[in-house]
Design a protein. Sequence first.
Length: 75
Amino acid sequence: MNEDKNPIEPSEESPREIPEQDFARAIRPNRYANLRGDFRYVVFVDREVWEHFRGEERIRETLRLLVDITKKRPA
């Protein structure tokens, strides 16, 4: 590794030479912020999983069943 013995420090004028950035448009609104109800989490599933279960209710039922099974199993 080549280390300089005399590192180059920025001059006093260099911060003034950097153009000022406007980040007002950089922040995107949260597209999930308007969800109403008891939603606290968002879960994305693959298309093939969605097609297999044919809807959110069957996915929820299956996940709840898996949770129940894992709670009943000895550690």
